[in-house]
Design a protein around this ligand. Structure first.
Ligand code: FES
Length: 167
């Protein structure tokens, strides 16, 4: 059983969560930061992890689900060691983001939203990453790569493979 199936916050993490909750008049206001912590700890937000967050904050599971399903930054499925998030909003789209996403998928033999069979790479499309001046933007494990082209992403993939999957 993985941590995502039976998630549990460590004592240190619970202390951190309590400190975040204390900043707000209502515990529910801490939902976004606590979801980020849960995703960092468990890799993705399984239904069990979402229930854990609801319990910790003393709110309904539905209130958690409303937020998790709204933001593309939250994942409900496990992803590969390298998460390649291609921004396909207006600025990036006008600068070749769709072609970039297609190139990545073709190179890796997967579709958007899928993970390679070896568990190395997941490709997703996301909303504006807030770096439109650097369009097109691809986040690789949350690190921004700006004004990227297919050659750059080929290098990213080759380097990741050369490192043997060490993120
Ligand atoms: S549209 Fe891609 S970063 Fe804003």
């Amino acid at each position: 059983m993985s941590a995502a199936e039976h998630p549990c916050f460590s004592d240190a993490r619970l202390a951190e969560i309590k400190a975040v909750i204390a900043r707000y008049p209502a515990a529910q206001s801490a939902l976004l930061p606590v979801l980020h912590m849960a995703q960092d700890d468990f890799g993705y937000l399984s239904m069990e992890a979402q229930q854990l967050v609801a319990d910790v904050l003393g709110i309904r599971l539905m209130a958690v689900r409303e937020v998790v399903t709204f933001y593309t930054m939250f994942r409900e499925q496990a992803c590969g060691k390298y998460l390649l998030e291609v921004c396909t909003n207006a600025s990036c789209m006008l600068n070749g983001a769709n072609e970039l996403a297609s190139h990545l998928c073709d190179s890796l033999g997967i579709k958007v939203g899928e993970t390679t069979p070896d568990g190395m790479f997941t490709v997703t499309e996301v909303e504006c990453a807030g770096a439109c001046g650097g369009a097109p933007v691809v986040q690789v494990n949350n690190i921004y790569h700006e004004r990227v082209d297919t050659a750059h992403m080929d290098e990213v993939i080759a380097q990741a493979r050369a490192e043997g999957g060490a993120a």
